[in-house]
Design a protein around this ligand. Structure first.
Ligand SMILES: [Zn+2]
Length: 381
């Protein structure tokens, strides 16, 4: 007995060391450009369909159930074996970290979308303020006209989300192949699903998340439904290998604006307006006040309901969640951390100037229509 204990500790340490080694391997692979490029062009396009095959057809979230089973098993294992469980738990943890990097984490190193979009003038330049105010004004007119469409936020969660998913799938068919993060054309991605832990997501101020191990896009089903299209689009952009938050937000919004479903289109128009309005609030408060004064009451009430929802859930849990997310993003090489969510405005300006996206055409049309009678809104093609 006296000899077994040290041997047991030694083997525990070896197994734990192996686990740490697996996690480190993932981190090291993420830092090698040639591996990241191989992952982008070869590995990810092969793994994504497998994950979608495994989880895409299931009605509810698969990853959350598997995660719960793993957590319960780990706790049972720890209680049963106490200190002798440490090696196994560390090994399991290392395996999960490596699986994270291989299934998706390496996508943080893919070439930035900004490099494939047209250039845009620097936001800090004095001269760009009127341009930003002009675009925000056009996006306000766009969202105002979109709000006059046949919007439908009714029905069960499942029925509404099915409509949102159909609209997004249609929108994604118009996303140019040349702007994809990885060659994923032809892969059928599973739908955005309501998270089973939406109650917790609300308290953590999380609108949705992508579960890399199962390839599932999940949204917080407690949010106001006006948020569902653009958040679902954001999480579905993650599925395609767009890891960075500002890129996923831009793609989610443009995909909504490429849909013929009036409700999905309106969700995208809201997102576009919010993206420009946030930056305008920083650089030109007076222009912003004028624009808000012109917004229809329906749009204002939707935006207020969205803000009120998050305000209601602000608290300690939200602050911790924000800090954890910030640390996570920085660990993945996103220097600005959670600040990257707000960096969407610059990408919007670039997308407006990119001919293949027609976002500029949509806003120009609003600008031109500003003084003429209103006509039905057309989605981006
Ligand atoms: Zn995201």
């Amino acid at each position: 007995m006296t000899r077994r204990a040290p041997t047991g500790r030694g083997s525990q340490a070896r197994i734990a060391g192996l686990g740490v080694g697996l996690a480190l391997l993932g981190r090291i692979l993420a830092g090698i450009p040639a591996v990241v490029e191989w992952h982008r062009t070869e590995f990810f396009p092969r793994v994504a369909p497998l994950l979608q095959w495994a989880s895409g057809g299931a009605k509810g979230t698969v990853g959350e159930v598997v995660a719960l089973c793993l957590i319960v098993s780990a706790i049972a294992f720890a209680l049963a074996r106490r200190t002798r469980a440490l090696g196994g738990l560390a090994f399991g943890g290392g395996l999960l970290v490596l699986a994270f990097y291989l299934s998706w984490g390496l996508a943080y190193g893919y070439p930035p979308l900004a490099g494939r979009l047209a250039d845009a003038p620097d936001l800090d330049e004095e001269a760009s303020r009127p341009r930003l105010a002009g675009l925000a004004g056009s996006s306000a007119r766009l969202v105002a006209r979109a709000s006059e469409g046949a919007l439908s936020f009714g029905g069960s969660d499942a029925a509404f989300l099915a409509r949102v998913n159909a609209g997004l799938d249609e929108g994604f068919t118009r996303w140019p192949a040349a702007l994809e993060a990885a060659p994923v054309r032809g892969i059928v991605f599973g739908p955005a699903k309501p998270s089973r832990v939406s109650f917790a997501l609300s308290r953590l101020l999380i609108s949705g998340f992508y579960f890399p191990w199962s390839g599932e896009a999940q949204i917080n089903a407690e949010m106001p439904r006006t948020l569902w299209p653009r958040v679902s689009g954001h999480e579905k952009a993650h599925q395609r290998g767009f890891a960075r938050e500002n890129e996923a937000t831009l793609i989610g919004m443009i995909t909504c604006l490429s849909s013929h479903d009036p409700t999905v289109f309106y969700g995208g128009a809201l997102g576009l307006f919010v993206g420009l309005d946030r930056e305008l609030a920083r650089v030109d408060k007076e222009a912003r006040r004028r624009i808000w004064a012109e917004l229809p009451p329906r749009v204002v009430s939707h935006l207020e309901a969205e803000a009120a929802f998050w305000k209601k859930h602000e608290g300690a849990a939200g602050k911790v969640s924000e800090r954890v997310n910030d640390t996570y993003l920085k660990a993945q090489g996103v220097k600005s951390g959670i600040g990257s969510y707000a960096e969407t405005t610059r990408l919007i300006l670039q997308a407006v100037a990119t001919p293949g996206l027609n976002l500029g055409r949509l806003l120009q049309a609003e600008s031109a229509r500003a003084e003429v009678p209103r006509t039905p809104v057309q989605p981006v093609r």
